[in-house]
Design a protein around this ligand. Structure first.
Ligand SMILES: Cc1cc2nc3c(=O)[nH]c(=O)nc-3n(C[C@H](O)[C@H](O)[C@H](O)COP(=O)(O)OP(=O)(O)OC[C@H]3O[C@@H](n4cnc5c(N)ncnc54)[C@H](O)[C@@H]3O)c2cc1C
Length: 410
């Protein structure tokens, strides 16, 4: 793979555009929707739908850089506000799941950018349950086949579903639900199902009060004899019993897991965006106070402050380069499972460290709600939790490097 450390001209144009969006549309309402966690940020949603996405470059640079541009967009918009980014009307993770596990026909059917009447579509992906988080093979939600009706019948509870409120209740939206069609088959029995918004039997029970990314809706959903057509099962229907010496069952589970190969680089980019927001602010503040930052000072002359800022810069840049590498592999159609986990693990650690250090360096005002820095510190931690925690991504990295199946390294 060719290594590129720069972005193309088109990606740079996209970066400038989304930075302007972040600066002008997101930052001014950032505090408002952090305070008003459960309110729909109508001005942002409406503006994005009517104006924001129009300004985005319509086509990317082709196979070389399409996914890098997606990551650059995520970095810029999360530099603006990570919670508002997650509240954007898009198919989001639900779309990634259809893209990763669906057949070409299913992609045509379910992957629509907007409704026929031109209104937006929200998507979400529901894996996590009260008894199954990191260990997604422990999923208890069931999907039973009704031969007469040619339908799947879903029963179970899903928690912490990002964008689950919009995806389950706004017409046109959809939730991709992971469920087992055969508990005795282990991972091999786990399949994903597209459940359209307002399908009878799917109920929005409530949304979480959270530490960070508070503008984003995080839902609990129940499924009580919730019926979907047979074709809403993504990928293959056959179940292969799981071989305990192998890491996964058939393509159904592997296909569903492949969602993360695309979504982890995006989460890593989001983390980089939040970290950069904090670092940029620290540097601006130091400049305003007339405190010099000497990047060329030797170790004996460097101040503690200079060392901290340089370390923050290095962590951020390392996370970004890992992210772009994982993204570029997607653009090239190459496997990126290892690289996606590396980017996610590094960026999750980097952003938590950088934002905490920013609060520390700014002194008491950094801890105050007068600034957004304390919010960025709260927004940072989620990047180390969802889409595979820090520990789980490190496990994946170790398995890939050592070539161990998950059954041997867990
Ligand atoms: C705001 C928010 C949004 C979310 N959005 C979504 C979403 O859209 N869809 C969705 O399905 N889920 C979502 N989640 C859930 C998230 O993916 C899970 O919280 C995460 O996978 C961890 O699962 P868990 O909470 O059950 O923790 P557990 O799996 O119980 O883990 C607890 C701790 O143990 C560690 N641990 C677990 N297993 C191992 C191991 N084998 N080795 C070492 N350490 C281990 C973990 O790293 C963690 O630190 C969201 C969560 C939050 C907080």
């Amino acid at each position: 793979m060719a290594i590129a450390f720069d972005i193309t001209e088109n990606t740079q144009l996209a970066k400038d555009h989304f930075n302007q969006v972040a600066r002008e549309q997101m930052r001014p309402i950032s505090r408002k929707y952090d305070d008003q966690e459960h309110d729909l940020p109508t001005e942002w949603v409406d503006w994005w739908w009517k104006e924001g996405r129009k300004g985005a470059p319509g086509k990317y640079d082709g196979p070389q850089d399409g996914f890098v541009t997606v990551c650059v967009q995520a970095e810029e918009l999360c530099w603006g506000d990570a919670g508002l980014y997650l509240r954007m009307p898009t198919p989001a993770l639900g779309g990634s799941a259809v893209g990763a596990a669906g057949t070409p026909e299913q992609r045509d059917k379910f992957l629509k950018a907007f409704r026929e009447d031109g209104q937006p579509i929200w998507g979400a992906m529901a894996i996590t349950e009260p008894g199954a988080g990191s260990d997604s093979a422990a999923i208890q939600t069931t999907a039973d086949w009704d031969e007469d009706a040619q339908e799947w019948v879903l029963n179970g509870t899903k928690i912490f579903c990002t964008a689950g409120e919009g995806a389950s209740t706004v017409a046109g939206g959809f939730v991709v639900v992971w469920a087992t069609v055969d508990k005795s088959a282990g991972r091999g029995g786990i399949k994903s199902f597209v459940v359209p918004a307002n399908t009878p039997g799917m109920t929005l029970v409530g949304t979480e009060d959270k530490l960070g990314i508070r503008a984003s809706d995080t839902a609990t959903l129940t499924f009580d004899n919730c019926r979907v057509p047979g074709e809403n099962l993504l990928g293959r229907r056959e179940v292969k019993k799981q071989d305990p010496a192998k890491s996964a069952g058939d393509k159904g589970f592997k296909g569903a897991m492949a969602t993360f190969d695309a979504s982890r680089p995006v989460v890593a980019a989001m983390a980089v965006g939040v970290g950069r927001a904090a670092l940029d602010f620290v540097k601006e503040e130091l400049a305003r106070q007339g405190v010099p930052l000497r990047y060329d000072a030797g170790p004996r002359e460097q101040t503690a402050l200079e060392r901290d800022v340089i370390e923050m810069e290095a962590e951020l840049q390392a996370a970004r380069l890992l992210t772009w590498r994982a993204a570029r592999l997607i653009s090239l159609g190459k496997p990126n499972n290892l690289e996606a986990s590396m980017a996610k693990a590094k960026a999750g650690l980097a952003v938590t460290g950088i934002t905490q250090k920013a609060v520390e360096l700014l002194g008491p005002v950094g801890y105050s709600k007068k600034l957004l820095v304390e919010k960025w510190m709260r927004d940072a931690k989620i990047n180390d939790i969802y889409e595979g925690t820090q520990q789980i991504n490190q496990l994946i990295i170790a398995r890939r490097i050592l070539d161990y199946p998950s059954a041997m390294l867990r």
